[in-house]
Design a protein around this ligand. Structure first.
Ligand code: SF4
Length: 374
């Protein structure tokens, strides 16, 4: 199944800006206002946008609204992960929250409890925190901005990506991963990125991408964008996450993998992650209300140690083995294929080793991008 119609830039879904008064004179706010020409409302500093209806019913409307405000918390911190499953020791750069695209399985629907999107304009603080954090030269940092939002979905509004790429360029102990389901790559053209930024796309079977990922770029568009940024010298990464069981899943994932490797330079791919669908019970309720045609939450699941629902172990292993075998038909030896949030037993069953034998997942990823000795 393919989607013929391109949605284009998901930022066009944003129709109204809300600005807290303490950010009204901020230079970045003014830059965004000038660039977008969108109507805006000034709010008191602690006030928040009012979106008609109640959450999550008003989430679709809320995605038209972008709040520009200050991040009063921390921009730069370790990914929460969980102690029960092997995680990759990622560092999260919290640039904002929410997303104009709308994936049925999006965990943010259950994590966040407000319908609007937020973007933090006090980026001097972001760079100060990065300066302080990255000063520790004894370790390496893999940084991502896609924990609570999509890294590029509103980049045509914010133009944050070139600022980050330029900043990371000279940081020898650091890699930035911009992860997206959009193809908003124009701001990345012509930058001297020094190989320190990775462009990553989430991929799935075409059926899942077409049916369950609303306002995202089509598969074809993602492949074209990946090939383009590879030509601009960026490294690539891909995330098969969430892997979803559905009729014809084998053929679906096989075809996606075949086309991926036929479309981008294999050696440019630094890593590929695999993660089967897992979700908080609240997500099933929310997605059930918002997307009543979707059926994939109605398979059988088991309770994971982190409170999330997961497919049964035998099903996870079967899906992972199949997908890994397809990837291994084409992948370069230097590409690190790894699990996002799985336990040692699954690693052993699928890969035939546990991460510790290779120094742990963080070391495996650091080696893949040349941040650690081979
Ligand atoms: S693109 Fe990512 S952040 Fe946006 S709705 Fe989909 S899963 Fe959520």
């Amino acid at each position: 199944m393919t989607r013929n119609k391109s949605y284009g830039d998901p930022a066009k879904y944003v129709r109204h800006l809300h600005i807290t008064e303490d950010c009204e004179d901020n230079r970045y706010t003014q830059e965004i206002l000038e660039r977008t020409g969108l109507p805006y409302t000034i709010l008191k500093t602690a006030e928040r946008p009012v979106i008609e209806g109640t959450y999550p019913g008003n989430l679709t409307e809320g995605k038209h609204h972008l709040l520009l405000c200050k991040n009063l918390g921390t921009f730069f911190k370790p990914c929460p992960g969980t102690k029960e499953y092997r995680c990759c020791d990622y560092q999260v750069l919290n640039i904002g929250m929410g997303c104009p695209m709308d994936c049925v399985y999006c965990i943010l629907q259950a994590y966040l409890n407000n319908p609007w999107m937020s973007f933090f304009v006090n980026i001097e603080k972001l760079f100060t925190e990065l300066d302080q954090g990255l000063a520790d030269k004894s370790r390496v940092f893999r940084i991502g901005t896609g924990e609570f939002t999509d890294s590029l979905a509103i980049d045509s509004i914010t133009h944050l990506s070139p600022r980050l790429v330029n900043y990371i360029r000279d940081k020898e102990n650091c890699i930035l991963e911009l992860k997206s389901k959009s193809v908003v790559i124009d701001n990345l053209k012509g930058l001297d990125h020094n190989g320190r930024t990775i462009l990553a796309w989430s991929l799935n079977s075409q059926q899942v991408m077409a049916q369950e990922e609303i306002r995202t770029a089509s598969f074809e568009e993602r492949l074209q964008a990946a090939a383009q940024v590879a030509e601009w010298g960026y490294h690539l990464a891909f995330h098969f996450d969430p892997i979803i069981y559905h009729d014809g899943w084998q053929e679906g994932y096989r075809e996606t993998i075949r086309r991926l490797f036929a479309s981008v330079p294999t050696k440019k791919i630094v890593w590929i992650s695999l993660g089967a669908l897992r979700y908080l019970p609240a997500l099933k309720e929310i997605a059930g209300l918002r997307f009543s045609d979707s059926r994939f939450f109605y398979e059988e699941f088991v309770d994971g140690l982190d409170g999330k629902k997961r497919y049964f172990r035998t099903e996870r292993v079967a899906m992972y083995r199949f997908i890994l075998a397809e990837i291994q038909k084409y992948a370069a030896p230097s590409t690190c294929v790894y699990f996002c949030m799985e336990n040692d037993e699954i690693w052993q069953e699928v890969f035939g080793f546990v991460p510790e034998e290779k120094g742990g997942i963080p070391a495996m990823l650091d080696r893949a991008v040349g941040l650690a000795p081979c």
